[in-house]
Design a protein around this ligand. Structure first.
Ligand SMILES: [Cu+2]
Length: 145
């Protein structure tokens, strides 16, 4: 009888752990990103620019009207005006000089991609690192509290 009740408690604990995992994921923030460009410049558009610390899921869609490929990287930065390293020759941020937390790479126009990160409080920069795109304005600050 004692053995049986121990097993029952273990089973309840396992179900509890599973339930916690599922609710933690459901409680994460979903961020909808649009990557786009025009003659006026390039943009990372977000339906929200804040999230609570924890799982944050970015769903990015490339809405380029000129059939350009875009991508989205996430880095933690130390201010609202971060100074990023830049390689003028390649016209990109050198990715070996930053600590990318994750990336949705090479999204063709009309396509999408997703990335879930466990983010702590702080300021983050979302940007596209295709040649020239960062300088054309393809970046957005994102805040986690
Ligand atoms: Cu781009």
């Amino acid at each position: 009888m004692k053995l049986r009740s121990t097993f029952a408690i273990a089973a309840v604990a396992a179900i509890g752990a599973l339930g916690f995992g599922m609710s933690a994921q459901a409680a994460g923030t979903l961020v909808s990103i649009t990557l786009t460009d025009s003659a006026a410049g390039m943009e990372v558009i977000s339906n929200r620019n804040r999230a609570v610390a924890g799982p944050v899921s970015f769903a990015a869609t490339n809405r380029s009207p000129s059939d350009l490929q875009h991508e989205m990287l996430v880095v933690k930065v130390d201010s609202d005006a971060p100074v990023m390293p830049y390689d003028e020759k390649t016209d990109r941020i050198p990715e070996d000089k930053i600590k990318s937390l994750g990336e949705i790479p090479e999204i063709d126009s009309g396509e999408g991609g997703a990335l879930t990160l466990d983010l702590s409080a702080g300021t983050y920069l979302l940007f596209c690192n295709k040649p020239g795109h960062f300088k054309a304005g393809m970046k957005r600050l994102f805040y986690v509290q």
